[in-house]
Ligand binder design. Structure first.
Ligand code: COA
Length: 373
């Protein structure tokens, strides 16, 4: 075993099969290119596509939306629970706890059939935005809002956070960012969800574990770090010296680089255009200037293109959203990808249990405690 090759970080390892998403030949969900989905589809259609495997017709979509609305009610005890968590606890930690708490009220918790897993996913899709918004509003001393079922998924999400119906430009930009965040094959959090599922545990356990994996700054947590960096740089005049110093100090620049995209993340390209539009609309073009300077230098000096978290941080900032909401917003959408993988893993399951390359001490004699002095 010890002489066999191994791949740190499982880089390049094909760890399973999937029919949900591929990055080969450009990113696509169930065969549809991400560019077309981001341009022409609504988030809710993509939700259906990821869970059911096909795009919905109008009737199927209407049914799907009705079920989503009916799945909406966040158990009041969960709201009470999250209200009792100290305010210094991060939104991602509260979200992980909240998802676990929702599971205690789900009568289908341990039913791993496809139907039950889809039903549970719709409950999470409806309730996660409420969970995030309720915690956020409570932390601001405001009362949580009930969902407004007349609004689109994204407009309702923004409404529950801000208390205002968003302009069409914010609604569309959110739709696109959620579509882009929804799925990405065997990334760290999705793989986590599949590992948990492979033990025949339940969907909530897989999702709660995936939230924990997403929180890290090398994965979903990067979008919050990106905004902290942009705020630290502050002015366009400081951008070049900041990035050159950071590179000279061998710092990791959040929002750049990717394990599988070495020449560029197509999702970042799509979202950049929405950033430029919202920056113009909200009079924050200096932030675009800062971002472009940093981007040009990191690409030129390190050959590292930006990933999706680079534009998404600015996008959410232009909409007036607080930084601590950025990674939770990723969860709002990625829960679909995770759930689609939970369902796929369940339907063709084999326990995921790799081996390790041992590098510890050779076999040695055990000495009883009394003889060890
Ligand atoms: C995403 C990420 C973890 C992928 O990393 P990976 O495939 O494991 O690559 P490594 O961490 O082994 O890095 C390879 C080299 O590129 C450098 N590098 C990678 N990303 C970098 C970044 N964002 N800034 C500066 N250098 C970076 C590493 O320092 C390393 O250099 P070295 O060989 O001189 O030591 C990495 O690019 C990263 O940390 N990016 C920042 C966090 C981020 O934006 N995450 C969101 C991903 S969608």
């Amino acid at each position: 075993m010890s002489d066999e090759p191994y791949y740190p970080g499982l880089e390049g390892v094909i760890a399973g099969e999937t029919a949900i998403c591929t990055i080969a030949g450009g990113l696509s969900y169930r065969g549809y290119s991400i560019e077309e989905l981001a341009r022409d589809a609504r988030f809710i259609e993509v939700a259906y596509l990821l869970l059911e495997g096909e795009l919905p017709n109008q009737e199927q979509l209407a049914d799907f939306q009705s079920i989503l609305v009916e799945s909406g009610e966040l158990p009041p005890s969960v709201t009470d629970l999250i209200a009792s968590i100290p305010l210094h606890v991060s939104a991602m930690d509260v979200l992980r706890t909240g998802i676990s708490a929702i599971s205690h009220f789900d009568p289908q918790l341990d039913d791993n059939s496809r139907e039950a897993n889809v039903a549970k996913t719709l409950r999470l899709l409806a309730q996660i935005p409420q969970l995030i918004a309720a915690r956020y509003r409570l932390s601001q001393g405001e009362t949580p809002l009930k969902p407004n079922d007349e609004l689109s998924f994204s407009a309702n999400l923004l409404y529950m956070l801000t208390g205002k119906e968003p302009p069409a430009s914010h609604e569309r930009a959110t739709e696109v960012s959620l579509i882009l965040y929804a799925e990405h094959e065997f990334n760290a959090s999705t793989f986590t969800a599949r590992v948990v599922t492979s033990t025949m545990s339940d969907l909530y356990s897989s999702i709660a574990a995936a939230v924990g994996a997403l929180k890290g700054p090398l994965h979903g947590g990067a979008n919050e770090r990106v905004m902290e960096v942009l705020e630290e740089v502050g002015t366009a005049g400081r951008a070049e010296s900041w990035v050159r110093d950071a590179l000279a100090n061998k710092e990791r620049i959040m929002g750049f680089g990717h394990r599988v995209y070495k020449t560029g993340d197509p999702r970042a390209v799509i979202l950049k255009q929405y950033c430029a539009e919202l920056a113009e609309e909200t009079g924050q073009t200096e932030l675009e200037e800062i971002a472009n300077t940093i981007e040009n230098i990191v690409v030129a000096e390190k050959g590292l293109p930006p990933n999706l978290d680079w534009p998404s941080a600015r996008l959410y900032h232009y909409m007036g959203l607080e930084v601590e909401l950025y990674t939770p917003l990723f969860v709002v959408s990625r829960v679909l990808g995770w759930a689609a993988h939970v369902i796929e893993q369940t339907e063709n399951n084999r326990l995921i249990r790799p081996r390790s390359k041992y590098k510890g001490p050779k076999r040695r004699e055990f000495t009883p405690l009394v003889e060890r002095g």
